[in-house]
Design a protein around this ligand. Structure first.
Ligand code: PLP
Length: 869
């Protein structure tokens, strides 16, 4: 151990001295000569240093094109290991000689890099594969180099003040695991699989498929990708070339900003272009990972930059990515804002990540701070990718494409698009526009909510609604796909419901007084959820959730609440934790994060956030079971429109095992996906069910239905002193009022008497999603239509992520919002960014009308450039 390290240390010192001497010799200003010297040095120093050199070699901006070419030719020609070593390594790793594992094996490598080499082979099944083999001795050499470099940096840290200021020791310690992990091909295989999964369904980006049965820590076997090497893009047919640079840039940005798992080394040698111009990434030895929080902060930073809010951008940047940022004074932030303005505004015609990071790093260095290692790794990858993009197309306008990329994923329209929509909408509906403008002084927004984060710029102003149609105040008629966000399953103004409401109003519209409609609604609810024989009425889904949590806490005498990430349970503090927009932490172990200003931070911190469908959730429950009052979950999350039966069954068992109350939030699904909700589809019964929306027949209503011992906690004990400590108080002046209860009971009564409504709704949903998918495909627009049982959503994206946190990332929000306005022009109302709903009033002709309007809309959007790179 000591001897190799000592040898390595001597080598390092000697070769570094030789490099410096060479560098000081005459002619040192010749960049080609400098590059040649450096590459000789790196080669002698071994794989760790070569890796660094490889990255430098992509930087034509740093070295000039001649020197960069010098580097590239060098790295393209690294020597492979000796044939005997290759045979030995293969036999040891595969457990048999290569001749026995492969039908054929080409012993001449197709590529040899710093850490590994790649051979072409054929499997006995006839499939052509690429076999990547770690070079013999490289892991040991990497370790020795890393040890010595660590030691030298430690010494330098003690002796050289400049090293202390840059914290080279700390930075190397952070990078070390990534560098040393390169020769563990199992880790590489995991990254490759994940990145391949992230791009699944994307026809523009590829990642080779692995053959896991042949993969070991020293050997990877994957599909062989025939294509044009990254640095020979001009060999592609001319019609495939125009947007190649944009594709490379977009693929890389998707990895970094959406998936949070990116290739740190996207140089031309690690990319192949497929016959259709698709970008195929190879070699995932060095992969960077950005956390959910990193991506949030990066997006917030870019958002401020794109809007020219430089001080805010500087604050966001330092807050998230600067180590020692607490020491930064106000004038340093102003200076950083100037650097940002200079690069993003003045230099944007020839954007250079390198120049930006250099200036930012120098400024921070002067102030005793530095960039965090995570962002440095991203910067390295951006530098490499940028070098590649300019290589593919030297005239590429990186900044314009950058803007286009960020704009697409912002929910806000460009100024030009907004102006077009405004003109078109105001010409069609001038009275609505005038009413909206007049209301702006007094009402927060012309709907009850201003769609926080994703605002509706042009909400409809409706005069009347009937069946599946809305009529606005200007007399325009729209086929409705909102269903009022859920309640109107029978269509607007269904005669049965209208009649019930008229009668209840004529009878005096009583509240805070017992009335027969209240009894009828409670009975219908209790019967709809077997085993949950008690109902308690309130005024909204939010209230139902508040009540259910209070009952659970009162029963268990425990404080904490567990919920699933991305599930919305109303706008209470609990209901909004990690709900729609902001997520945090590892996907398997999410961290609770508030989704609104004003939320009680103690309550947020007390919430345990689970991942729906993820078995790791059960460990999290077990870990704090003694403190958990309840687990609340949307059994069929509206965003996914799918039930995970296995997960719900296990959740039921775990809650039973630990004495935790299981709450299903069926505010949307309770009477929409079936009479009796998603729990009926799943075959799993909770302890408490929260209901809302449909159960009020279009009027404000909520309910908790549940097992008697829990709901009865809201009954008195007839001992006032005991009530205060042992009973859960539930209030509500309007709860169970006669008008709402009559409307709700009429709706549920009608649904119960007409069970055929549900299969018909399910069929029509499938019909509609099929029609829409066909229209999008015919228009050549990347679009995903998901849905079932009357709930559906349209997303302009190739991917179908399983987790809700991944669904917003990478989704073309700008197009989603624009679609709503295009559809409106063609007589269809789709909520801008909300799940869409069908009602029993939609006929097949209506669906054909929707599909026709959708087809026209996506074609017009394509013509308007919404889906261009
Ligand atoms: N739970 C779920 C699943 C919801 O979707 C909603 C509202 O959309 C609520 C609770 C809150 O219901 P309300 O808006 O009636 O308060």
């Amino acid at each position: 151990m000591v001897l190799p390290a000592a040898v390595e240390a001597v080598r390092t010192v000697c070769w570094t001295a030789a490099l410096l001497a060479g560098h000081l010799a005459p002619g040192r200003r010749d960049p080609r000569r400098a590059a040649a010297l450096l590459r000789r040095y790196l080669y002698r120093m071994g794989p760790l240093y070569l890796k660094a050199g490889q990255i430098l070699g992509t930087q034509s901006g740093l070295w000039g094109p001649g020197a960069a070419a010098e580097f590239r030719s060098f790295f393209a020609g690294l020597p492979p290991m000796a044939p005997a070593a290759l045979r030995r390594t293969l036999a040891r790793s595969l457990g048999a000689p290569a001749d026995r594992v492969f039908a054929s094996f080409d012993w001449t490598p197709v590529a040899a890099g710093t850490v590994a080499q790649v051979h072409r082979a054929t499997l006995p099944s006839g499939e052509a594969v690429a076999v990547k083999v770690v070079k013999e001795g490289v892991p040991e050499r990497l370790h020795a180099s890393a040890r010595v470099l660590g030691l030298l940096l430690h010494l330098a840290h003690l002796l050289v003040p400049a090293c202390r200021r840059f914290d080279l020791r700390g930075q190397f310690a952070e990078l070390r695991p990534a560098l040393l992990g390169q020769f563990d091909l199992r880790a590489e295989a995991r990254h490759q699989d994940r990145i391949r999964e992230n791009f699944a369904g994307n026809p523009r980006v590829g990642v080779p498929r692995l053959y896991p049965e042949h993969c070991t820590d020293r050997v990877l076997v994957m599909e062989f990708v025939d294509g044009v090497p990254g640095h020979e893009a001009d060999r592609l047919p001319a019609d495939r070339r125009p947007d190649l640079a944009a594709r490379v840039q977009e693929a890389f940005y998707c990895m970094a900003y959406f998936h949070g798992r990116f290739h740190v080394d996207p140089h031309p040698g690690n990319v192949v272009f497929g016959a259709g111009g698709e970008v195929v990434f190879l070699d995932f030895g060095l992969v960077g990972v950005l956390s959910e929080d990193d991506r949030w902060h990066l997006s917030a930073f870019y958002y401020a930059c794109v809007r020219g809010r430089w001080e805010l951008a500087a604050d966001r940047f330092t807050g998230a990515f600067v180590v020692g940022g607490d020491r930064l004074s106000a004038d340093c932030r102003t200076e950083l804002a100037d650097v940002l303005r200079h690069h993003f505004e003045d230099r944007s015609r020839r954007w250079s990540t390198m120049a930006f990071f250099r200036d930012a790093a120098m400024l921070l260095h002067r102030r005793g701070a530095r960039l965090s290692t995570r962002i440095t790794l991203l910067a390295l990858a951006l530098l490499t990718g940028e070098g590649f993009v300019y290589d593919v197309d030297p005239g590429f306008d990186l900044w314009t494409h950058n803007r286009r990329f960020t704009d697409r994923f912002s929910p806000y329209q460009s100024d030009a698009a907004r102006e077009t929509f405004r003109r078109e909408i105001e010409a069609r509906a001038p009275r609505a526009a005038a009413l909206r403008a007049a209301a702006a002084d007094t009402l927060v927004a012309p709907t009850h909510l201003d769609r926080f984060v994703l605002p509706s710029t042009f909400p409809l102003v409706v005069r009347s609604a009937a069946g599946a149609r809305l009529t606005d105040v200007d007399g325009n008629v729209y086929l409705d796909l909102s269903g009022g966000y859920g309640p109107h399953i029978l269509g607007y103004g269904h005669p049965v419901v209208r009649e019930a409401i008229h009668r209840a109003v004529a009878d005096g519209a009583v509240n805070a007084l017992g009335n027969p409609a209240e009894f009828a609604l409670a009975r219908l609810l209790a019967q709809a959820f077997p085993g949950q024989g008690r109902a308690l009425l309130c005024n909204s889904g939010t209230e139902a959730v508040l009540v259910a949590i209070r009952l659970a806490r009162a029963w268990t005498n425990r404080r904490r609440v567990a919920k699933c990430e991305g599930h919305y349970h109303g706008f209470s503090d609990h209901g909004q934790v990690s709900s729609w927009f902001r997520y945090s932490g590892d996907p398997h172990r999410p961290r609770a994060v508030a989704n609104s200003a004003g939320a009680d931070p103690r309550l947020v911190a007390d919430t345990v956030v689970l991942q729906y469908g993820d078995p790791a959730s059960f460990d999290r429950i077990a870990a704090c079971a003694a403190e958990l009052a309840c687990v609340i979950v949307e059994p069929m999350p509206a965003a996914l429109a799918e039930v995970d039966r296995g997960f719900l069954r296990r959740l039921r068992q775990e809650c039973d095992r630990h004495g935790i109350v299981l709450i299903f939030d069926e505010v949307v699904t309770g009477f929409r996906v079936d009479y009796g909700g998603a729990q009926r589809l799943a075959g799993v019964r909770p302890d408490l069910t929260c209901a809302g929306k449909i159960i009020g027949g279009g009027l404000p209503c909520g309910a908790v239905v549940g097992r008697p011992h829990l709901v009865d906690l809201a009954r008195t004990t007839h001992d006032p002193f005991l009530d205060v400590t042992a009973r859960a108080f539930v209030g509500g002046t309007m709860s169970g009022n006669s008008v709402t209860a009559a409307a709700g009971a009429a709706t549920l009564g009608h649904l119960r008497a007409h069970p055929e409504i549900y299969p018909a709704l399910a069929r029509r949903t499938d019909l509609l999603t099929g029609l829409l998918t066909g229209e999008a495909a015919a228009a050549g627009v990347p679009c995903r239509i998901t849905g079932s049982r009357s709930i559906f959503s349209v997303t302009f994206d190739h991917a179908s992520p399983r987790r809700i946190r991944d669904r917003l990332a990478g989704s073309h929000l700008q197009a989603s919002v624009a679609l709503a306005y295009y559809l409106r022009k063609h007589g269809v109302y789709l909520p801008e960014l909300h799940t869409a709903m069908l009602s029993a009033a939609h006929t097949e002709d209506d669906l054909a009308q929707v599909a026709g309007a959708f087809g026209k809309s996506v074609r017009e959007m394509a013509d308007a450039g919404f889906f261009a790179h």
